[in-house]
Write a protein that binds this ligand. Structure first.
Ligand code: URP
Ligand code: ZN
Ligand code: ZN
Length: 457
């Protein structure tokens, strides 16, 4: 199967130029101007941007959490991702206490196999560390699961103590893996949650008020310090607070390999959303929580100046009906997480590029190239170049769309950006050479996605 994408503007993290892209089989075969050849399919990209497929390195599909399971499985979640111009995800497998990492890997491979419509990799969440688990970390890195998420929050569920975190960091110094950190001080938060509930403070907004920005700043500082002592890089996930960003910035200014991502929810939503009437604030219960509106400018500056290297979604959807309502009388029982796998590229293009906060090249870098490089997928993914996988988005920078639960493809009954108009739409999407979104319609196949064995550092 050959496809020629003609007359578009090709955009990578570094370049922007008019050109045609020839796709042969699963790969990009040639880039040129005025390419004329017999092909199976021609896509006219006149007036459109031709972008590398989006890479979302933080998703939670079919994830048991908070007494329920995230609403999108690997079929619905990856189809929604494709609609939004994302062609690769890195999801999280979970080692529950008493289980091996291998068991977790097998469990999550089964969840994805036959369902994922786009390519996928896994990070491994470690909730218990011992000598055997450390050896398994090495084996996983060899298998292409080259990053591990550790939690400094959720005591009794996911949280690891500092000694275990330090041992895991040291291990990545030997095996070439990368530690991804959920940086919030879980002990402090637990005390604040119990105190709030004892005072009868049960509404969704107390989720945010019991998870102070300083608790994220403290944990971020500690995580970076532990990585510095261990002499290894660290990647902070879902960074939301200015206090945390300051810690990353300070570390990077000292030349440390500290990396961090933020997510659209922290760029476009704020604490004020928790004040929506009734139980509506539950839609935004996620950890870390939404921060004051002023933080948004700080995060955009961090993105522009490379103190933040990636924008991922932390897509972890729970329906208001039957799932979020578990916490009607107790905010601490509201399942933590929100949907976003489908809306990332349009939101960031509209709010970032069109508003002049980041350049078009930086948009590509933050949503595709940089996560590909950090997580061992580049140059197979994350760019438009001969030899790379033909994961390509034909993006209409002038088309407008209204974000809504009525039209989105995520299997969740609300959209955190309901009614928001964005300009910039992923119209046609190719995954390894196959058109999977054709002018807005899904024409791919659940199960066509492949597991990606990622490279180590
Ligand atoms: O609230 C969130 N972020 N839910 C997903 C789990 C996590 O910590 O990333
Ligand atoms: Zn987390
Ligand atoms: Zn997450």
């Amino acid at each position: 199967m050959t496809t020629l994408i003609k007359n578009g503007t090709i955009v990578t993290a570094t370049d922007r130029y008019p050109g045609d892209v020839l796709v042969d089989g699963e790969k990009i075969a040639m880039i040129g101007t005025s390419l004329e050849m017999f092909v199976d399919r021609t896509i006219d990209a006149t007036g459109k941007l031709v972008l590398p497929g989006g890479i979302d390195v933080h998703t939670h599909l079919d994830m048991p959490f908070g007494g329920t399971t995230s609403a999108d499985d690997f079929a619905s979640g990856t189809i929604a991702a494709a609609h939004g111009g994302t062609t690769t995800i890195v999801d999280f497998a979970i080692q529950y206490r008493g289980q091996t990492l291998h068991h977790a890997w097998e469990t999550w491979m089964k969840k994805a196999e036959g369902k994922a419509a786009i390519d996928y990799g896994f990070h491994m969440i470690i909730t218990e560390l011992n000598d055997q688990v450390e050896c398994e970390m090495d084996a996983l890195v060899r298998q292409g699961v080259t990053s591990f998420k550790l939690f400094m929050a959720y005591p009794g569920v996911f949280m690891l103590d500092d000694a275990s975190i330090f041992k895991a960091l040291l291990r990545t110094g030997k095996n070439g893996g990368t530690i991804c950190m959920h940086a919030e001080n879980g002990g402090v938060i637990d005390v604040l949650v119990k105190k709030a509930l004892a005072e009868g403070k049960t509404a969704p907004r107390y989720h945010a008020l019991t998870r102070p920005a300083r608790a994220e700043g403290e944990a971020t500082h500690r995580a970076i310090a532990l990585a510095e002592i261990a002499g290894v890089p660290i990647y902070i996930v879902h960074l939301s607070a200015a206090e945390a960003l300051e810690m990353v910035t300070e570390a990077r200014d000292r030349g440390l390999p500290a990396y961090a991502e933020t997510c659209p929810q922290y760029l476009f939503l704020s604490y004020e959303n928790y004040l929506e009437p009734g139980f509506e604030g539950a839609k935004y219960v996620m950890s870390p929580p939404l921060r004051p509106k002023e933080t948004q400018d700080r995060l955009w500056r961090g993105l522009a100046f490379n103190d933040l290297q990636a924008i991922s979604t932390d897509h972890c959807p729970f329906c208001m009906k039957e799932q979020k309502v578990l916490g009607t009388d107790d905010f601490s029982k509201i399942p933590n997480g929100a949907p976003g796998i489908e809306t990332r590229m349009s939101l960031v293009y509209d709010g970032g590029v069109r508003s002049g906060r980041i350049s078009l090249n930086r948009f590509v870098e933050l949503t595709s190239t940089s996560p590909a490089k950090i997580f061992g997928l580049f140059p197979r993914k994350g760019t438009i170049a001969p030899g790379s996988d033909a994961d390509i988005v034909v993006f209409n920078p002038n088309r407008t769309m209204v974000l809504s639960a009525r039209t989105h493809h995520m299997k969740v009954d609300y959209n955190p950006y309901e009614g928001r108009t964005v300009t910039g739409v992923s119209e046609t999407v190719l995954s390894r050479g196959n058109v999977i979104i054709d002018n807005g319609s899904f024409v791919g196949r659940a199960g066509a996605g492949s597991f990606l064995a990622r490279a180590s550092r």
